[in-house]
Design a protein around this ligand. Structure first.
Ligand code: SIN
Length: 275
């Protein structure tokens, strides 16, 4: 197998690997630890193979808001049909940050990709942390922030095409608020990582809303610097796995009139500790 870094910030594509082959798992895990985002090109897998690969990492976290495959409720559907306007995951976010024990990673399998566009962009939150001044790092390390699902998946969320089309639902289950350190020690790499994100983080604990918003907005602009990013250009059969404790991601919705159909499996994580 060949591991080809996508950028200097994060991400690697893995060519010549087969995720069904258990003997390759250690090398794939090392690449995941090193790069936070890995794209295994050209996989030929069924939903059962997808789940079996996911179980090598840990228990499956069944997403409570996404529509799922009828035959495999652990496999969430990430789909946009030609007549739909909204895509799932269009805002910068970290999956499951609203949970007290956030999912460690998400594994997305591209089954039908549009003729152009529909990329996923990722940002490295360890590179973003490293790029801050020492003084500001020190201030952030003493802070925790609230994260919530309510304003994104709950009844108070703005009207959206993804909800109207039934691709996301269960508004009554959007009742999680979780307090996490703003800087966490990454459970695999040990690196310090910024753990706030534009979609789910609501407020820094103990600060007024304007104080908190100023710091969070500054971090959101900083975290999106192109040098902290990589972009995955999908082909049918690709499987991308990302580390939710080390990255943000965003689905690019630039392929209107075309279908994009993917399966996502999410793997349970562990409680996060302050750096
Ligand atoms: C997601 O946020 O899980 C979806 C990402 C994508 O569809 O590219």
């Amino acid at each position: 197998m060949e591991i080809l870094p996508l950028t200097g910030g994060l991400g690697a594509e893995i060519v010549g690997a087969d995720l069904k082959d258990a003997s390759q798992f250690d090398a794939i895990k090392q690449a995941f630890t090193d790069y936070s985002v890995i794209t295994l090109r050209g996989q030929s897998i069924s939903p059962d193979d997808h789940l079996q690969f996911a179980r090598r990492w840990g228990d499956i976290n069944v997403n409570r808001f996404f529509a799922a495959l009828d035959t495999h409720p652990e496999v969430a559907l990430v789909v946009k049909e030609p007549d739909q306007t909204g895509a799932i995951g269009e805002e910068w976010h970290t999956d499951h940050a609203y949970d007290e024990i956030p999912a460690m990673g998400s594994i997305l399998h591209a089954i039908e990709t549009p003729p152009y566009g529909g990329d996923t962009v990722f940002c490295s939150m360890s590179a973003a942390y490293d790029g801050l001044s020492d003084k500001f790092k020190e201030i952030l390390e003493g802070m925790s922030a609230w994260n919530s699902s309510r304003h994104v998946f709950g009844d108070s969320k703005p009207k959206s095409d993804t909800a109207d089309s039934g691709r996301v639902g269960n508004t009554d289950l959007a009742n999680q608020d979780a307090l996490h350190p703003v800087v966490v020690k990454h459970p695999l790499s040990g690196r310090k990582v910024l753990y706030v994100n534009p979609q789910f983080t609501t407020q820094i604990d103990g600060l007024s809303k304007p104080e908190s918003d100023s710091i969070l907005n500054m971090l959101y602009v900083h975290g999106q610097k192109p040098e902290y990013q990589c972009r995955v250009r999908w082909q049918n059969g690709d499987v991308t796995m990302w580390d939710n404790r080390a990255t943000w991601h965003k689905a690019i919705n630039d392929y209107h009139g075309h279908r994009r159909y993917m399966h996502r499996v999410t793997v349970e994580g562990c409680a996060l500790t302050a750096a």
